[in-house]
Ligand binder design. Structure first.
Ligand code: UTP
Length: 228
């Protein structure tokens, strides 16, 4: 199975503690050993937010802030590359094309951000579409897709499964509320919908959840069904 695993920066490197990155590398190596074709996309997390906050105070414009965010996603990507050793492409792929070339060589590509004005959620969806992945896994800091922001609403309920068109409607509603924590952003949801790729959103604080979602199709999270 060809799988794109998107790991949020707040999940992979919340405080630059090495064990989480090493645990992700172990899970990815195990899936690689089982014959799956893998690609990863890594987010910027709190480190990106710190850099962006400081640069904003220094007067950087929004595109400059995005470029800074992209740089941090690639720094986080280099942590995962270090842990994956010779299975990973040696540098973060800076384009979808170079990521696809890495797969063709038999390496695991590690992508960060690609272009300003989006997030790595969208990168993961677009890359999954580009390489015709069978599955897209979002390892995030929330345990799935809810009908409301679970941080704000005690009655928020998690979906076990929903159609890609429903995902777009839910995320569009959430993004109308300033400051809400959508599990994936709207651009990503729209690319998931048009690509017809099956996606899973799960709590990435335990990388074993990613392993189960890929290897055994058992997961504790939300499945996004294509074409529904
Ligand atoms: P992230 O995708 O990591 O955003 O990109 P995030 O919402 O902080 O996600 P977590 O915490 O990792 O889960 C960090 C920043 O990098 C820029 C954006 O500014 C984004 O906010 N970025 C990222 C881009 O401009 N383009 C990209 O393709 C990716």
């Amino acid at each position: 199975m060809k799988v794109v695993v998107s790991v949020g920066g707040s999940v992979l490197a919340p405080d630059l503690e090495p064990d989480r990155v090493a645990d992700y590398a172990t899970v990815l190596q195990d899936l690689d050993d089982r014959g799956h074709t893998l690609a990863t996309v890594v987010g910027g997390g709190p480190t990106a937010r710190e850099y962006i906050g400081t640069a904003r105070e220094l007067g950087a414009n929004e595109i400059e802030l995005d470029q800074l965010g992209i740089a941090v996603t690639r720094l986080n990507g280099r942590l995962l590359i270090a842990a994956l050793d010779d299975r990973a492409a040696p540098t973060p792929a800076e384009s979808y094309e170079s990521g696809r070339e890495a797969i063709r060589r038999g390496d695991i590509p590690v992508l960060g951000g690609v272009v300003a004005a989006q997030t790595t959620d969208a990168v993961a969806a677009a890359f999954a579409e580009y390489v015709d992945a069978d599955l897209l896994v979002y390892a995030t800091s929330v345990p799935g897709v809810f009908d409301a922001d679970p941080n704000e609403d005690a009655d928020a309920t998690r979906f076990d499964s929903l159609g890609a068109d429903e995902l777009v409607d839910i995320i569009a509603g959430m993004e109308m509320d300033a400051g809400s924590n959508a599990p994936v952003d709207l651009l990503a949801a729209k690319v998931i919908k048009r690509s017809g790729i099956r996606a899973v959103v799960l709590d990435g604080t335990d990388p074993e959840r990613v392993a189960r979602a890929v290897a055994d199709d058992e997961f504790d999270g939300t499945e996004i069904r294509p074409g529904a």
